[in-house]
Design a protein around this ligand. Structure first.
Ligand code: FAD
Length: 404
């Protein structure tokens, strides 16, 4: 608890200077909030965008400056951005946060936007083993992606697949290992997960599925270079570098003991970002919430969802009503770029939904498929068909009622 009088009055503190944090700061100002807005981030960088880290930035086509989320208009917002300092504790009663330098900030409201960190495999640290979440991760991975290097990607989700694609374009020898039988079967279903996974083979990337990794090995002790990956079926994949892309865990350890409803899948919030504590909201990848499209509580980790959550959270922390989204923006949406193909998905697929190709040919990697449940359109997937995708996205928004 901060000692009495140590807080300067009238600040909303936003913890996490990523997409969610900066978006919440802008939204506070757009609501006319005139007090101090303090944006605190533990990374040494100003807010930057993450999707290019596995795509253009990793390929060398975008510079560090090109990742900046800040725009010239932000200068007029009078934000106090404090980088390179972590929040260590929350005092919900006082709406205040203790920083690692001992300072307390807040007083009027707290927006938690601390995102997530990469999951790693158990075992001693080895050089040449990478994760990809931050700009520093991407800089380090990019330096290692030299032509002819042997890269093993563990995990064929979106980040793993995008890195495989970018690395292949840089002349790297790539093998992708996936524990599930079909990559991306969760979000896309088996048929279309397999179609997307086919992009790897199209571009000379080996994909091994249905086989977990037993461990990573080096040959000169814990800090030595990685030599390869041992699979559960005893196969050995020699590697000069390894990307571990097996998902993320929310960065919420600093909230232990705060009284918020926090577990290993994030902070539980309502649709408006409310945590149950007045003046304390949470937004972005660190949160889990009931998703009427999925019919359950989920932690979404998609760029577009983060924007909407940040806008709602900013209204809530100020005690203002949340402006409902236009219907087509209320539909969950994500995209991925792999091997020059844009994958777009909107809605939510559940086991048992039936999918039908409504335009194009999966074999051409250019098509649109629509998912139906009880005859109702509930989701759409497109590869390289943005116009058709947009039409179906709006149609699904207009027709489908999330069933809860
Ligand atoms: P983050 O971006 O993780 O920001 C949180 C910030 O808080 C971080 O800077 C973190 O270091 C900081 N922080 C953590 N703890 C503390 C603390 N205690 N004190 C202070 N600061 C703290 N989505 C798509 O829809 N399409 C894509 O193609 C796509 N590509 C992606 C590619 C990559 C490589 C990654 C990593 C993500 C991608 N995403 C994509 C997901 C999207 O980028 C995320 O959903 C989004 O960045 C989440 O924003 P956030 O602000 O909630 O969290």
């Amino acid at each position: 608890m901060p000692p009495d009088g140590i807080l300067r009055p009238g600040a909303v503190v936003i913890v996490g200077a990523g997409l969610a944090g900066l978006s919440a700061a802008r939204a506070l100002r757009s609501h006319g909030y005139g007090g101090r807005v303090v944006l605190v981030g533990d990374e040494p960088h100003d807010p930057y965008d993450r999707p290019p880290l596995s795509k253009d930035f990793l390929a060398g086509a975008t510079s560090i400056e090109g990742l900046a989320l800040g725009v010239p208009e932000d200068r007029g917002l009078d934000l106090e951005i404090r980088t390179g300092v972590a929040a260590q504790a929350l005092d919900p009663g006082r709406r205040a946060v203790r920083l690692e330098d001992g300072a307390w900030v807040g007083g009027e409201g707290v927006v938690i936007a601390t995102g997530a960190r990469t999951r790693s495999l158990p075992g001693p640290p080895l050089t040449g083993v990478h994760g990809l979440r931050s700009l520093d991760d991407a800089v380090s991975l990019r330096a290692a992606l030299v032509p002819g290097a042997r890269l093993v990607v563990v995990g064929a989700g979106f980040v793993g697949a995008e890195v495989a694609s970018t690395a292949r374009g840089l002349g790297v020898d790539v093998t992708v290992v996936e524990a599930a039988d079909v990559p991306l079967a969760g979000p896309l279903g088996e048929t279309f997960g397999a179609v997307c996974a086919g992009l790897h083979a199209d571009h000379g990337v080996r994909l091994l599925t249905g086989v977990p990794v037993r461990g990573l090995s080096g040959d000169s002790g814990p800090a030595g270079p990685v030599r390869g990956v041992r699979l559960a079926d005893d196969r050995w994949l020699p590697a000069d570098l390894v990307l571990v892309a097996i998902g993320s865990t929310p960065a919420v350890e600093w909230l232990e003991g705060s009284g918020l409803d926090v577990d290993r899948d994030g902070i539980l919030v309502d649709a408006a970002g409310g945590t149950g504590v007045a003046g304390v909201v949470a937004v972005g990848d660190c949160t889990r919430r009931f998703d009427p499209w999925a019919g359950r509580v989920v932690r979404q980790e998609h760029w577009t969802a983060v924007l909407h959550q940040a806008a709602a959270g900013a209204a809530t922390v100020l005690g203002r009503p949340v402006v409902p989204l236009p219907p087509h923006l209320g539909v969950p949406y994500f995209w991925s770029d792999q091997y020059g193909v844009r994958i777009q998905f909107a809605g939510h697929r559940r086991p048992g939904d039936e999918a039908e190709v409504v335009e194009g040919e999966p074999a051409d990697r250019r098509f649109t498929a629509v998912y139906r449940r009880d005859g109702e359109e509930v989701a759409v997937l497109s590869l390289d068909s943005p116009r058709t995708f947009g039409r179906w996205r709006r149609r699904i928004a207009a027709r489908a009622q999330p069933s809860g």
